[in-house]
Design a protein around this ligand. Sequence first.
Ligand SMILES: NC(=O)c1ccc[n+]([C@@H]2O[C@H](COP(=O)([O-])OP(=O)(O)OC[C@H]3O[C@@H](n4cnc5c(N)ncnc54)[C@H](OP(=O)(O)O)[C@@H]3O)[C@@H](O)[C@H]2O)c1
Length: 273
Amino acid sequence: MNANTAETNNVNESDSSGTAALDIAVAGGTGTLGRHVVEELRARGHRVRVLSRGSDRYPVDLSTGAGLAEALAGCDVVVDAANSTSPRTMRATLVDGTRRLLDAERAAGVGHHVCVSIVGCDRVPMPYYKVKTDQEALVAAGRVPWTIVRATQFHELAASLFTATARVRFLPASTSVPVQPVAAAEAARAVADAAGAAPRNGRIEVAGPDRTDLRALAATWRTTTARRAVLLPVPIPGRLGRALRAGHLTDASPDVRGTIGFAQWLEARRRTE
Ligand SMILES: NC(=O)c1ccc[n+]([C@@H]2O[C@H](COP(=O)([O-])OP(=O)(O)OC[C@H]3O[C@@H](n4cnc5c(N)ncnc54)[C@H](OP(=O)(O)O)[C@@H]3O)[C@@H](O)[C@H]2O)c1
């Protein structure tokens, strides 16, 4: 069903909130966040297409546009949960890729573009965050009705950072950098809510339950995993350090607050390993 052609809506199909089932494409639907978004949308009765370079059914490359027209035909909503953090490819994937995605959405008559972004990306001077800010600006200036869902860092990201640095026996542990991580599964629920609702042409912020600091997070990781590593305060100089210390990666009153803290998330993951 296409949101722009209401007469084709099948009113007998609906999700648990009573919304008609939609055709939703999730770009990056195999990623850390995207796979939860896909699961969540399917559980709500929507018809979901997983778009990524490695997808069997809908292979799409945002950095070239290959596969987009075929993948979006008949779609109501597109969730962009694709990502690239490599300096070589991030702009081509996230900014030029968004431009390609929005053009293809216009051609396919898609009625809602949901962009996943990061709390504070416009206030923290890092090349990747500049790319995310430019991506947001394209979405907001585009002609497809939109919603931007900004999330804080995922527990998954914090855990993989600590796992990597623990290999060389240290954990970055500054007390002066406030953080407020959220489980990707909880952020995905907010993204699915946005995808099933009308476009806001505005932003929603999602953050974790606890505003803490990097040292406390590192200590929690060390205790829960019983790994040996030194907590090392890593000085972050200049504008970047000032922005991080100002707490720009956190949100004291988010629109959506997760309930699963880092310790609880780590414990749940340990039990399933
Ligand atoms: N990680 C965090 O802590 C965090 C926090 C807040 C917000 N976010 C935002 O959440 C979104 C998802 O991040 P994530 O960490 O879940 O990403 P991720 O785990 O790295 O997954 C990236 C996804 O994008 C796909 N992809 C990469 N390059 C592509 C391309 N050229 N064309 C099409 N698909 C491509 C990947 O599949 P293939 O490799 O098969 O193409 C994969 O499905 C991003 O917008 C990110 O900024 C992340």
